[in-house]
Ligand binder design. Structure first.
Ligand code: NI
Length: 165
């Protein structure tokens, strides 16, 4: 496994549409392993392949619910309700902003064995799926932010007391 370089906002690759994966190969398996390692190295909850410079429809997610989600060629097939809250992105370092997303989504995707599955997600996982699927379509959350994009230092000030518990 290896940590890959994360592309940041301003890099054109983050604005492009990703291509579907047609078959699993050792290279793609390696990419997925590297995406997890890169994401964990930055304390991220999700990472999409274009963030490491690969225009393929691959997403990895870990929102601390005990699962490591791999979504290949994901399609969100249902959305329900809404949630409004803070969001950040490893490609927009040091920033966060308020984004409204569906409270629940159903996503259809392929796993690492290229088997189709359907996942019902809510809360943080639903938010994360929406954010990562947007990456595959060249969209960053900054285009959805309500109000100002803010610095992480402000968030740490607000949450300082809680984190010391
Ligand atoms: Ni992101």
């Amino acid at each position: 496994m290896a940590i890959r370089n994360i592309r940041t906002i301003g890099d054109e690759i983050l604005t492009k549409n990703c291509k579907p994966v047609k078959q699993m190969t050792p290279r793609i398996a390696q990419l997925i392993d590297d995406m997890f390692e890169t994401m964990y190295g930055q304390n991220g909850a999700g990472l999409a392949a274009p963030q490491v410079g690969i225009l393929k429809q691959i997403v990895v997610i870990d929102v601390d619910d005990g699962n490591q989600y791999i979504l290949i060629n994901p399609q969100i097939i249902a959305r329900e309700g809404s949630q409004t809250g803070n969001e950040g992105c490893l490609s927009v370092p040091g920033k966060f902003g308020v984004v409204t997303r569906p409270e629940k989504v159903t996503v259809q995707a392929l796993n690492e064995k290229m088997e189709e599955f359907t996942l019902d997600a809510e809360g943080l996982l639903a938010r994360c799926i929406c954010h990562e699927v947007d990456h595959l379509q060249g969209r960053l959350y900054v285009s959805l932010v309500e109000g100002e994009l803010r610095d992480n230092s402000e968030l740490e000030d607000e949450e300082g007391e809680e984190e010391e518990k």
